[in-house]
Design a protein around this ligand. Structure first.
Ligand code: AMP
Length: 406
C-alpha cells in the first residue's frame, strides 16, 4: 500500500482527467459505491476457487456479519444496480467508477495490495457492438495517455452451455495429468477447472500447453457473437489477437473476454493494463432480472508506469513576498483579491531575504511574484515581477488583480 505525495498526485490528476473525458465522450456516467460489502457478494460473483476469494481478500467480521474490503469493482456496482432496480428506470446503463481496490497479493513493481482501478460497466446491451466499442474506447484512452504500444487479446468463453461443455472437456483432458499439476490445481480440477488455465505455476503451465480451447466446443450462437465482435474490431482497424486460452481470474465471465497488455516501458511482468469481459449471468445471479452486461477495469498504477505523462508542476501562479510585518498584512489582502479572481496564490509568510523568497517562487513553479515593502506601501504600489521574463514594474495597488490577470 502506497502513500502518494502531492508531487505524484499531480500526475494522477492529469491521468484521471483524461479518463473522465474519454468515458464521458462514450456516454458513461460515474457511480460511487461503498468500499466494503458483505463477503458472500464476492464469493458468489468472483467465485470460489479463484485466488482472490481463496487467498487475497481483506475480510473481517463486524457484529457477526462477514465483510470484505472490495478486491474489485464490478460486484459492488452490480449489487447497486440490482438494489436500486436501475433496469426499471433505463433500458441500458453505462456506468464508470474509479477508486482503490484491495488484494493481499505478494507485492511487486506494478502489483500492490491497495491499488486503483478505473472501470466501466454496461448493463442491458447484449453486444457484440458494445463489446467492440468498449475495447476501442480503451485503446483510444491509452493512446491519449501516450501508451500506444499495446496488444489486445480477445477470446470467448461462450455462454452457460458452452462453458459447461468446455469444463467437461478440460477435466477429461487434465484428469490423466492430475499428478503433474500443482496442489492448488489438483483441487481445482474438481472445484473450478477453468482456473487451472489462469495458473502461473510452471507445472500447470506445462500441463495445459496443448489443452483443448473453448473455441473447439463453442456453440453456434456464441460463435456468431464472437465473430460479430471480430468483424467490428476489424472495421475499426483495432488490431487484436485471438488468445483461446485467455480465461481471466474471475468466475462471472461469459462470452467476450479481453485483455490489453502494454509492451516495454517500466512494466516488466505486470504488463496487463486492463482486462474485462461480458458477464451476462451475474445480475440474475445476484437477484436481479436476467440482464446482459459487460465491463472492464484498468489498473491506474500500471498506466502511470506505462505513460510518460508529465507532472504539471504548478502549485501557485503567484507568490507574494512581503518585506516586513506591515507588508505581510497587505499581502494577505491582495492574496484574497487574487483568489477571488481565480488566481492560485501563496503568501510567503516566513519572511527572510528577497532572494530566498524568489527561490521559493521558483520551487512552486510560479510565473509571477509580487513584492511589497514599506516603500511600496507608502507609494500605493506593488512590485510585479515576471519571473520567466526577468522583468519587473510598479503597479498601482488598485490595479494589481488586472495586471496579474493580463
Ligand atoms: P482484474 O480486476 O484482476 O481483472 O484486473 C484488472 C486490472 O487491474 C489489471 O489489468 C491490472 O492493471 C490491475 N490490477 C489487478 N491487480 C492489481 C494489483 N494487485 N496491483 C496493481 N494493479 C492491479
Amino acid at each position: 500500500m502506497n502513500d502518494l505525495l502531492p508531487s505524484e498526485v499531480a500526475r494522477w490528476h492529469a491521468m484521471e482527467e483524461t479518463i473522465r473525458e474519454v468515458v464521458r465522450l462514450h456516454g458513461y456516467r460515474e457511480i460511487r459505491v461503498p468500499v466494503i460489502e458483505h463477503t458472500p457478494l464476492y464469493v458468489r460473483s468472483v467465485g470460489e476457487g479463484t485466488d482472490i476469494v481463496d487467498k487475497e481478500m481483506y475480510s473481517f467480521t463486524f457484529h457477526d456479519e462477514p465483510m470484505t474490503v472490495r478486491p474489485e469493482g464490478t460486484a459492488g456496482v452490480v449489487r447497486a444496480y440490482v438494489e436500486h432496480a436501475v433496469h426499471t428506470k433505463e433500458p441500458v446503463s453505462r456506468f464508470y467508477y474509479e477508486g482503490p481496490m484491495f488484494r493481499g497479493e505478494r507485492p511487486a513493481r506494478g502489483r500492490y495490495r491497495q491499488f486503483h482501478q478505473a472501470g466501466c460497466e454496461v448493463f442491458g446491451d447484449p453486444g457484440p457492438v458494445v463489446d467492440a466499442e468498449m475495447i476501442d474506447m480503451i485503446v483510444a484512452l491509452f493512446a491519449r495517455l501516450g501508451i500506444k504500444d499495446v496488444e489486445v487479446l480477445v477470446n470467448s468463453l461462450g455462454g452457460k452451455g458452452t462453458k459447461a461443455k468446455y469444463r467437461e472437456k478440460l477435466v477429461e483432458y487434465l484428469t490423466p495429468e492430475k499428478d503433474a499439476l500443482s496442489e492448488d490445481s489438483k483441487r481445482r480440477l474438481s472445484t473450478n477447472p477453468l482456473r487451472i488455465l489462469d495458473s502461473k505455476d510452471p507445472r500447470d503451465q506445462a500441463a495445459i500447453k496443448d489443452a483443448p480451447s473453448v473455441l473447439d466446443v463453442i456453440d453456434d450462437d456464441d460463435r456468431a457473437h464472437f465473430d460479430g465482435l471480430r468483424r467490428h474490431l476489424d472495421k475499426l482497424q483495432t488490431p487484436y489477437t485471438v488468445e483461446p486460452r485467455l480465461v481471466r481470474g474471475l468466475d462471472y465471465y461469459s462470452r467476450t473476454l479481453f485483455e490489453i497488455r502494454g509492451r516495454g516501458g517500466e512494466l516488466g511482468a505486470q504488463n496487463t493494463l486492463a482486462g474485462g469481459g461480458r458477464y451476462d449471468g451475474l445480475v440474475e445471479e445476484l437477484g436481479g432480472p436476467a440482464t446482459p452486461a459487460i465491463g472492464f477495469a484498468a489498473g491506474l498504477e500500471r498506466l502511470l508506469l506505462a505513460t510518460e505523462l508529465p507532472a504539471k508542476k504548478l502549485e501557485a501562479d503567484v507568490l507574494i513576498a512581503p518585506m516586513g510585518e506591515r507588508a505581510a498584512g497587505e499581502a494577505l489582502v491582495i492574496a484574497r483579491e487574487l483568489r477571488a479572481a481565480g488566481v492560485p496564490v501563496v503568501v510567503e509568510g516566513r519572511g527572510g531575504s528577497l532572494k530566498s523568497m524568489l527561490r521559493r517562487a521558483n520551487s512552486l513553479g510560479s510565473a509571477k511574484a509580487i513584492v511589497i515593502g514599506d516603500g511600496e506601501l507608502d507609494r500605493g504600489v506593488v512590485q510585479l515581477k515576471d519571473l520567466a521574463g526577468h522583468s519587473q514594474k510598479d503597479v498601482p495597488r488598485a490595479e494589481i488583480v488586472l495586471a496579474v490577470k493580463s
